[in-house]
Ligand binder design. Structure first.
Ligand code: PMT
Length: 397
């Protein structure tokens, strides 16, 4: 069995301490980590710490005479599944943009094969991140096919608050895990709806539901990890975008419908996870509705378009996956929904367990019958659903 291995670059930022936890997570998951530190990185954490955590030699010097052929800058990356720079300073990002090669880490990055993915987790003060030069560099790195992991927003070591905070080790670890996922959906385009929709009653009130977007976002991340090009159309949620996924934010069902119509033509798979409002308020008020003393408020509702039914009925429709959240008679209602919308695959869940939770209990319904999965984290179920979709589309004529 070939060893699972990455190269972890550590540059000079205070977030370097979080790289220690990342190494621990990788090692625990059976991923070998060759740590390469810049001189600045060594000011924050010592090589000995990484040596102890990784159980391997740590590389710090381009001119290390103890390496027999002195080719660490070539050999370290050759069988590695990827290079991950954690943290990446503003200075190191600038270096990457210009292809500079004046220390071991920058040299091995320049010398990596084009098939070796490079992931970079920026970490810096909010002003440094927002500086136009850093923003230009970030855009250039993305254009060069380098994946930027974050940065996130929040309190910073310097005492300021804002963008530039490094992602947490667990988030970066998920992206590392994704490097090792089988690319079952390579070359496929997947369109996903997620979250709730909001139907305005007036400028301050909406009709909505409790969908958090967690299930749809987890599927988007899993599809991306499986190599798909993913577009995620989502209603109002507070979740960060999954890395590498193109996101379209909408509010109402009709906006979601428009966004789906725009992207569906180039999609191989459509997964409708969103809890779309069935009705919208006709002529929603432009001004805040005041009490009129009658003790009631009558709203006229009209039916929203059924996005999934529309897509499934398109000539040459993508492979369609529907969801059904029911509060009773789950199987019966879900199978009726699958038949009515003519779906090859439907995921059924109980509304009272599924909305907002981190885990779920789902059943998959297809022409072969029903398959119940044990309760699991939505991230895990997402991987299973993606595998199921990949094997179904492989079997398609
Ligand atoms: O977001 P989370 O908090 O993680 O919760 C996940 C979830 C509960 C929202 C998800 O697992 C789920 O079940 N989504 C479907 C919710 C639902 O009740 O759908 P529905 O029965 O109204 O619709 C059936 C299917 O048609 C769904 O795939 C839906 O996206 C789609 N639909 C429905 C109405 C409409 N106008 N357009 C649609 O595309």
């Amino acid at each position: 069995m070939t060893e699972k291995r990455i190269v972890l670059g550590v540059t000079g930022g205070v977030a370097a301490y979080k790289a220690c936890e990342l190494v621990r997570l990788c090692v625990k998951a059976g991923i070998a980590v060759d740590v390469v530190m810049t001189q600045a990185g060594e000011h924050f954490v010592t090589a000995v710490t990484f040596q102890a955590l990784s159980g391997r030699r740590v590389y710090t010097d381009l001119w290390d005479a103890s390496i027999p052929n002195n080719m660490a800058h070539i050999e370290l990356t050759r069988d590695a599944t990827g290079i991950v720079v954690v943290p990446a300073t503003a200075d190191f990002m600038a270096k990457l943009v210009h292809g500079r090669a004046d220390d071991l880490l920058s040299t091995l990055i320049v010398a990596r094969q084009s098939t070796c993915p490079l992931l970079v987790a920026p970490a810096m003060n909010v002003e440094m991140w927002q500086n136009p030069a850093t923003q230009r560099n970030a855009a250039q790195l993305r254009a060069d096919g380098i994946t930027l992991l974050g940065p996130g927003k929040g309190d910073q070591a310097c005492g300021e608050t804002g963008d530039g905070r490094m992602l947490e080790p667990e988030d970066i670890f998920r992206s590392i895990q994704a490097l090792f996922s089988p690319k079952l959906l390579a070359g496929k385009r997947v369109l996903i709806t997620a979250g709730p929709t909001q139907e305005p009653i007036d400028p301050v009130r909406v009709i909505t539901n409790h969908s958090s977007g967690k299930m749809g976002f987890a599927i988007a991340a899993a599809a991306r990890a499986a190599g798909a090009e993913v577009t995620l159309v989502c209603g109002p949620v507070t979740l960060p975008s999954p890395i590498g996924v193109s996101r379209v934010d909408v509010q109402t069902a009709r906006e979601m419908f428009d966004a789906v119509k725009l992207h569906v033509g180039r999609s191989d798979v459509f997964i409708a996870v969103a809890a779309v409002a069935d009705y919208f308020v006709v002529d929603s008020s432009k001004q805040k509705i005041k009490k009129d003393g009658s003790g009631k408020l009558l709203l006229e509702l009209a039916e929203n378009p059924d996005i999934l039914a529309y897509v499934a009925a398109l000539p040459g429709a993508p492979f369609c996956v529907g969801f059904a959240a029911e509060s009773e008679n789950l199987l019966e209602h879900a199978e009726a929904k699958r038949k009515r919308k003519k779906l090859p695959l439907l995921v059924a869940n109980l509304a009272q367990e599924a909305f907002g939770a981190d885990d779920n209990h789902i059943m998959l319904l297809d022409d072969a019958g029903t398959h119940t999965l044990p309760r699991a984290a939505k991230t895990e179920l997402a991987r299973y659903i993606v595998e199921k979709v990949a094997s179904a589309i492989r079997r398609q004529p």
